[in-house]
Write a protein that binds this ligand. Structure first.
Ligand code: FES
Length: 101
């Protein structure tokens, strides 16, 4: 496990997502009623940026063609994507969001 600090909880209000760049990774951090999740920001359908999409409950919608993913597991919830997005293990230390890369 190699947790790396990527941002502050205060930067990602509940019900929103925000992308953080960490090395070569673009990570969409999602706040679902205070619980923090992190998924790869690149949609598996055609590379849309997921953090630009709506976060509804545990699902984030790609703004390009409407694919939906469960931010807990990365699982596809709506076409046209068919492949899960990568997820990252998150821990919160005070106001710091740390992700296992
Ligand atoms: S790029 Fe995300 S649904 Fe097409």
């Amino acid at each position: 496990m190699a947790f790396q600090k990527i941002g502050k909880v205060g930067d990602v209000p509940p019900g929103t997502s925000k992308v953080f760049e960490v090395g070569d990774n673009s990570i969409a951090v999602c706040n679902v009623e205070g619980d923090i999740f992190a998924v790869d920001d690149v949609c598996t359908h055609d590379g849309g940026s997921l953090d630009q999409g709506e976060l509804e409950g545990f699902e984030i919608e790609c703004p390009r063609h409407g694919a939906r993913f469960d931010v807990r597991t990365g699982e596809v919830k709506a076409l046209p994507a068919v492949v899960s997005v990568d997820t990252f293990t998150v821990r919160v230390d005070g106001d710091d969001i740390e992700v296992d890369l």
